[in-house]
Ligand binder design. Structure first.
Ligand SMILES: [Zn+2]
Length: 88
């Protein structure tokens, strides 16, 4: 392992940069099998007890390894737009 490198903010005057709030990171969940976003958590019927599993309404896939797409706010809005009127 090499030497520790001096962080950039020290070299540039020693002011620690304030952490910018990450704006616009939205998550879109998708089925790993068919790519559909028609996924929902599997409900067990017992209140407050999730199985941690997801199911796809389209292809009936059930599992935990759901695909999470991280998108910007802009992309997310576009996604909602394309999804169209199906906002229940
Ligand atoms: Zn699916």
């Amino acid at each position: 392992m090499g030497k520790l490198t001096t962080p950039d903010w020290i070299l540039k005057g020693g002011k620690k940069p304030t952490k910018k709030k990450e704006k616009g990171t939205f998550k879109i969940r998708k089925c790993p099998k068919c790519g559909s976003d028609e996924v929902q958590v599997v409900l067990t019927g017992e209140e407050g007890k999730g199985t941690g599993e997801w199911e796809c309404k389209k292809c009936k896939w059930v599992g935990r390894n759901i695909v999470m797409d991280e998108v910007s706010e802009e992309e997310f809005m576009k996604y909602l737009d394309e999804k169209g009127e199906e906002v229940a």
